[in-house]
Design a protein around this ligand. Structure first.
Ligand code: 5GP
Length: 184
């Protein structure tokens, strides 16, 4: 058993999990955000080792062969994975680690780490999330349609999670996640 606790905040794309995590971290000084590895190019302002570990496809494949990921997946033709060593080193040091991760990734983490605490962030309604995705205007229509297509399936997976939090009001949702983390 590791000394720290592993948490995963997950939910459908556009549900606001990134914003919840951003607000949660300053309220939980002992909680550290995991840094994933990816083969995608850094965006302007992104730093290696802070936002992601930016690695090549060869390096990613080598890590897969060496069983170096707690889970990994492909999004929009790029690979993303949670490095086992990064997470386990910190858990063994007694640090608590938070993953902000997609729905399938979180379930794979639970398979590999049954003691992980999974928190599912729900939209107030699926219709509301569809509306948000269509109106946030940050992505190509093709990507939005891909995300909407995944939505119904993802919401059905919420029963496999330890906790569900509805993100209707942001501060209320942050307070609910904080209560779960402190309780655990
Ligand atoms: P972006 O390229 O916009 O930073 O992320 C694209 C997608 O990859 C997002 O849905 C994000 O949640 C997902 N992602 C980021 N890191 C990981 C990871 O370690 N594992 C998995 N499965 N997905 C990830």
């Amino acid at each position: 058993m590791s000394k720290g606790r592993l948490f995963a905040v997950s939910g459908p794309s556009g549900v606001g999990k990134g914003t919840i995590v951003e607000k949660l971290l300053p309220l939980c000084p002992g909680l550290e955000l995991s840094v994933s590895a990816t083969t995608r190019q850094p965006r302007v302002g992104e730093k290696n080792g802070v936002h992601y570990f930016f690695i090549t496809c060869e390096e990613f494949n080598k890590m897969i062969e060496e069983d170096g990921f707690l889970e990994y997946d492909v999004h929009f033709k790029n690979f993303y994975g949670t490095p086992k060593k990064f997470v386990f080193d910190r858990l063994n040091e007694g640090k608590d680690i938070l993953l902000e991760i997609d729905v399938n990734g979180a379930l794979k983490v639970k398979e590999n780490c049954p003691q992980a605490v999974l928190i599912f962030i729900m939209p107030p309604s699926v219709e509301e999330l569809r509306y948000r995705l269509l109106h946030r205007n940050t992505e190509a229509l093709e990507k939005i349609e891909e995300r909407i297509a995944r939505l119904d399936k993802e919401v059905l997976l919420k029963d496999k999670y330890d906790y569900t939090v509805v993100n209707d009001d942001l501060d209320t949702a942050v307070a609910a996640v904080l209560k779960i983390v402190k309780g655990e």
